[in-house]
Design a protein. Structure first.
Length: 243
């Protein structure tokens, strides 16, 4: 059974492995919720330092640029919460107790009703950071909710109501999104200009053809997700209700 639309949360926290992962995974949903008054926050696990095909790139400058792009993308989604970065090295994210503690503390501080993150159980997932970010998200939700985990935080424990996992193999929940939500998603993704060539497929001399093809791919994915629930457009998730 596929469910449709959780109640609009008062606060939401989306957790992604890299800058732009959140926008790809749940950008339209965050835009929808933000437009309805949700305080949406974003947490990015890595510094995005591998996110270029240029072998001679200035990596320090790339890291700084990707952080600024992520902040701008959040603004374009209408997110009024915080944008935080764990700052782990791109490609080297690991599931450790130290990172679980840091992420659990952030959940406790921001106190989201809904947490969104990568589905770590998707078969044949290629990128190790996506797997690690997903496991860290789930582990941190458990740690954040129970008072005897990390009492040294000095922050009250917090139990989110819902956990929604994007990039999932077998989704059972769809958030319905409208045209303006998809446009916000595309607009936010385009804030990540450092990724035009490598991820977005937009060439440096594009006459608009590449951009149109990119937008079409994003919308087509929303159309496919919506079809699962008999909707025109949506974003699909694995829903974990009993957090």
């Amino acid at each position: 059974m596929t469910t449709v639309d959780v109640a609009v949360p008062g606060r939401a926290l989306a957790i992604g492995a890299h800058p732009d992962d959140i926008e790809f995974g749940c950008g339209a949903t965050l835009a929808k919720w933000a437009g309805a008054g949700c305080e949406a926050s974003l947490l990015v696990c890595t510094d995005g330092s591998k996110g270029t095909w240029d072998a001679d790139a200035d990596i320090a400058a790339l890291v700084e640029r990707r952080e600024a792009e992520q902040a701008e993308a959040a603004r374009r989604l209408g997110a009024t919460g915080e944008v935080r970065f764990l700052g782990e090295v791109d490609g080297e994210l690991e599931v450790t107790m130290a990172l679980r503690s840091r992420m659990a503390r952030i959940i406790r501080e921001l106190r989201p009703d809904v947490v969104l993150g990568h589905d770590p159980f998707k078969r044949w997932r290629l990128h190790p950071d996506h797997r690690a970010a997903g496991f860290l998200c789930m582990d941190a939700v458990v740690a954040a909710r129970d008072p005897h985990f990390y009492s040294e935080h000095g922050v009250p424990h917090h139990r989110p109501v819902e956990l929604l996992l994007f990039e999932c193999e077998d989704p059972d929940h769809v958030e319905q999104v409208a045209e303006d939500h998809m446009e916000a998603k595309v607009h936010a993704l385009l804030a990540h200009a450092s990724q035009y060539r490598s991820t977005h497929g937009i060439g440096p001399t594009d006459d608009g053809t590449d951009l149109a093809a990119f937008r079409s791919r994003v919308v087509d994915k929303c159309r496919t997700a919506g079809r699962r629930a008999g909707l025109a457009h949506g974003e699909a998730f694995k829903r974990v209700e009993r957090v």
